[in-house]
Design a protein around this ligand. Structure first.
Ligand code: SF4
Ligand code: MG
Length: 326
């Protein structure tokens, strides 16, 4: 059986901006990969290339074994239902003039399915219930709902075509903090029940602890580390992953106190003119001469990798959390 998603050497340049610069990523059926990185790292652009909202500059995207990278709109149509996306901001992604029922049913229409109003309503009602909304919500407009309810509508819409792959792009970060956990739990429950594969895009490593099987860490358009959630949480190899994890809140207050957050200082450098050698070197507490001149190779670790000169093939290497600040 083909993988749900295969991305090979994906490149997306917007004019001189190198938003994505050689990303490769595979998601087997039914598994969840979290794509983690700061805002501006290019992670949303990867998601947009996968659902073909933008056509990549180079590289390949395969969904369920089909190369969709350069398919025309018409030839893409039969594959549309295989992948869905939930965006960060439900207010912006739901048409305010459409009834919720029509919004949720829209993917069926876009896939070219002719369907009677009665059949449609019969498909929409259980879909709304599945995301914790009452069937009557179908006759409301998005503005009549709360932010959390609207995001549930987006999720219902994304899942009505029974996609093999769901792209969730920061699905909770525009929501009130009080409802973020419930929407995240809903996604995790649905994933377990239905078994779709998921690319979960987030800037927040703590949000992936209960949802992701695998983690891919992105920095300035490139992946710097990949691996299983267990390995990355227990033994992050790349200095950037270590810094991100050191700053992520944990539920256990004792563990939290033991953490020494590593401060990265400055903002992400510009993707217009990324640093030479290792792109992380301008913020890395361990950077040395070679980091400016040589692009670090991807050292395999288990079934993942880390791209840092200091990481050894057994996955051991630097630890920025104990490094002397210089
Ligand atoms: Fe830091 Fe150098 Fe490793 Fe890059 S290659 S993460 S700059 S030590
Ligand atoms: Mg984004």
């Amino acid at each position: 059986q083909p993988n749900a998603l295969e991305i090979e050497d994906l490149v997306m340049h917007f004019g001189p901006v190198r938003a994505v610069d050689g990303v490769s990523l595979t998601i087997p059926r039914g598994r969840v990969t979290a794509l983690v990185g700061e805002s501006g790292s290019g992670k949303s652009t990867v998601g947009r290339c996968v659902v073909r909202l933008v056509e990549p500059t180079a590289g390949t995207v395969r969904i369920a074994g089909t190369d969709v990278t350069h398919l025309s709109r018409r030839r893409l149509r039969p594959h549309r239902g295989a992948v869905s996306i939930v965006f960060q901001d439900p207010a912006g992604s739901l048409d305010p003039r459409m009834l919720v029922g029509d919004i949720v049913a829209e993917p069926l229409r876009l896939a070219g399915k002719r369907i009677s109003r009665r059949d449609r309503d019969a498909r929409v009602a259980p879909q709304l219930e599945r995301v914790g909304l009452r069937a009557e919500v179908a006759r409301r407009y998005p503005h009549e709902l709360s932010g959390g309810q609207r995001q549930r509508v987006s999720i219902a819409r994304a899942l009505i075509s029974e996609p093999m792959l769901l792209i969730a792009d920061e699905p909770t970060s525009a929501l009130d903090v009080s409802v973020q956990a419930s929407v995240l739990n809903l996604l995790a429950d649905l994933q377990r029940d239905i078994g779709f594969a998921c690319l979960f895009i987030t800037h927040d490593l703590s949000a992936v602890e209960y949802l992701a099987d695998d983690i891919a860490v992105m920095y300035l358009g490139q992946l710097v580390e990949q691996g299983s959630r267990e390995r990355i949480f227990a033994r992050p190899a790349h200095p950037y992953t270590q810094a991100l994890l050191s700053a992520a809140p944990v539920a256990d207050p004792v563990r939290q106190r033991e953490r020494q957050p590593v401060l990265l200082g400055d903002d992400l450098p510009s993707a217009l003119d990324p640093p030479s050698g290792c792109r992380f070197r301008t913020r890395c507490p361990l950077a040395f001469d070679r980091c400016a001149t040589e692009v670090p190779a991807r050292t395999p670790i288990g079934d993942g990798m880390a791209a840092c000169h200091l990481v050894r093939p057994d996955g051991t290497g630097p630890d920025v959390r104990t490094a002397d600040p210089s």
